[in-house]
Every structure is written in C-alpha cells, then in structure tokens.
Design a protein around this ligand. Structure first.
Ligand code: KG4
Ligand code: ZN
Length: 341
C-alpha cells in the first residue's frame, strides 16, 4: 500500500536579494526558518547582484539542509517545494528557482511559485491572532512602499505606493549620507533612540491620495548637511543621534499619515505593517499608539518575519497548495513582479 503522509510538509526557498533562506512549514506550523545573510556587500555600500547570486549558489545546499534537519524531515517527506518568483534580482531569483525546480522534478512533487510581496503580507498569518478582513497592510521594504487592502480570499489590492524611492531606501540613503554603512536602516533606528526627534525638521513631499514620494527627503538632507558641514566640519558627528531621530520621525510620521487617512476613508480597522522597515522601533510604537487612538486592531509580525525570510514564503505556499495553485512552465522568475500579478 502506498504510504500517504497525513501532514502537508512544504519546503520554501527565498533568494530574491542578498539573504539565502529556507523554511519548512508542516500544516500551518513553521518548523524551521533559516536565514544566511551575506556579509560581503557591506564594503561596496549596497548589494552587488553578481556577488549575491554567487553567494546564493554556495549557501543554498547548507541552508536547505539546515532547514530540513531542524524540521526533522527528509526530502522524501516533502509534499511540495516553493520558491520566490519575484520581484528581486534576476540572478538571485534564478538560483532559488532552479534549485526548487530540480528538487520538485527529482522527488516528483508539486512546485509552488510565490510572489515575494504577497509573502510579506502572509507574514501576518504565521502566528495567531491572525488579522481579520478587510485588512489594511502597509508594506515597507528596501524596494517597496505600498498600502494594500487584503480581502478574505487573500486577494490583494494596492491602493497607494511610492512614486520613487521606497521607505527602506530613504532610511538606507540617509544612513549612507551620515556615514552609517549599508544597510543603514537598523543602525539609524538604534542611534535615533538616543537623539531628539524634534532637533531638525525636514519637509514631506506632497503627493496625491495614498501615494508617497521619498526621493526629495534624501536630497534635502544632502543639501542641509552640505551647508552645515561647510560651517562646522564636525556637524554630523556632533549631531548624529539627533539627525537620526529627526529623519526617522519624518519617515515614520509620513508613512502613518497616509495609512491613517486610508484607514479612515475606507473604514478599515484591522491594520498592520510588513516588510523590513516594519522592524523599525518607532514605526512599531507609533502604529500601536495610533491604533489605540483610532480603535484599530493592530498587527505587527515578529522581527524574524519582518525582514526577508523563507517562513513567509512557506506560509504563502501553504495557502497556494490548498488552493491547488501550482507552478507551470510559465512560472519563471520575474525581476519586476507586481503584488497582484
Ligand atoms: O523586506 P526587506 O528585508 O528586504 C526587501 O524585500 O527589500 O527590507 C530591507 C529594508 C532595508 O532598507 C533596511 O534598511 C530596512 O528594511 N530595515 C529597517 C530596519 N530594519 C530593516 N529600516 C528602519 N529601521 C529598522 N529597524
Ligand atoms: Zn522583502
């Protein structure tokens, strides 16, 4: 008699940018979540695509091995395998795709293609309590800033987005101007805790509706720093914490203004944040405060599910598995891939 495992065991692979990650979900429970962050990019001040794909190539087998081992499963126990289809760096995506496809073929199990942006939203459905619907999610990462309305069937509609830089880029580019290295978001967050958020005031771009614009902030900070450093070469060092706190306040309050407006206009009261920037301590704090003021239910993923990880890919894959949505010949990676693709 053929042995049919009663558990649905899915291995998920995430390789869209510079982190090689693998996770195993057993039914609706994450059993392992391994991330190997690539350190080699720091010296270049940003992610080098060629280097990233080479590193994925080296890290993939050990990371997948660790994920299976921690989940106490063998490859033969898998019900399906999932990979990140996009958006991301093409060379990096191809490593995860090729690896996942070969396992699917070798084990004769279904292959599941996961949209990375949707997966960031699915990070909210890993640990209970899950958000109720309709759910308004602010997705803020290194490459994207989007306001998304999520319906009960997990259909996702983008109602606002950044017309230029993402919120994560605003953090990273400012941090770079302040000499904080890459990626600067987490460092800026740490230093901001010791600074005065009202020390310096930077303007916010006026954009229609629920859209954002962040590229002007970087330019105004650049000009401001240039003129101050001309007068006092030690200006940045002497005011570093205050600069970080002021920039962080500017970005977070701008993000919150549009989120609050959308929630009020649409009458949605289940509100969450997702993506790397949702690890920001001020954003997490302000969302909770606004939630209390507005009688919202607020949802913030655990830190390990905010920045890029494979657990969120696994959770999205579990949903697709139950919907019987499997990869086809057309499910190749896409560098530019919309959330509602
Ligand atoms: O979601 P993510 O890990 O990767 C992408 O899909 O882009 O997001 C990475 C972004 C980077 O811009 C990083 O600086 C930012 O998230 N980030 C933060 C914090 N932690 C990560 N930004 C501000 N404060 C943080 N604590
Ligand atoms: Zn991401």
């Amino acid at each position: 008699m053929e042995h049919k495992p009663s558990n649905i065991n899915i291995l998920a692979i995430e390789s869209s940018c510079d982190d090689t990650a693998a996770a195993v979900i057993v039914n609706d429970h994450i059993r392992s979540n391994i991330v190997s962050s690539q350190a080699g990019h720091h010296q270049f001040g940003g992610v080098v695509p060629e280097l990233a794909s080479r590193n994925h190539q080296q890290n993939m087998v050990p990371v997948v091995h660790a994920a299976l081992q921690e989940a106490q499963l063998n490859a033969t126990d898998l019900s399906a395998i999932a990979f990140t289809q996009g958006p991301g760096l093409m060379g990096s995506l191809l490593v995860g795709y090729s690896f996942a496809k070969s396992i699917a073929l070798a084990m004769n199990i279904p292959l599941i293609a996961v949209n990375h942006l949707q997966a960031h939203v699915f990070a909210h459905f890993i640990e209970k309590p899950y958000p109720k619907f309709p759910f308004l999610c602010l997705l803020v990462s290194g490459g994207h800033t989007q306001l998304i309305v999520v319906q009960e069937n997990f259909s996702m509609q983008v109602i606002g987005h950044s017309i230029d830089d993402a919120a994560g880029e605003a953090f990273d580019k400012t941090a770079k101007l302040l000499g904080l290295g890459y990626p600067g978001g987490p460092v800026l967050d740490r230093l901001a805790k010791k600074g005065n958020p009202d020390a310096f005031v930077f303007s916010k771009a006026r954009v229609e509706g629920y859209d954002y614009s962040f590229s002007g902030l970087k330019t105004s900070i650049l000009y401001f720093l240039r003129s101050e450093v001309e007068k006092n070469p030690d200006f940045i060092a002497q005011h570093l914490n205050d600069l970080c706190a002021s920039v962080q306040k500017n970005i977070v309050s701008y993000l919150m203004e549009k989120l609050t407006k959308a929630a009020n206009d649409l009458g949605i009261r289940h509100i969450g944040i997702a993506g790397g920037v949702s690890a920001n301590s001020l954003l997490r704090e302000v969302l909770q405060k606004e939630g209390m003021n507005n009688n919202w239910e607020t949802y913030i993923p655990a830190f390990e599910y905010c920045t890029d990880n494979a657990a969120m890919i696994a959770r999205a894959a579990q949903h697709l598995y139950h919907e019987k949505i499997f990869a086809t010949e057309e499910s190749v990676p896409f560098a530019k891939y919309k959330i509602d693709s």
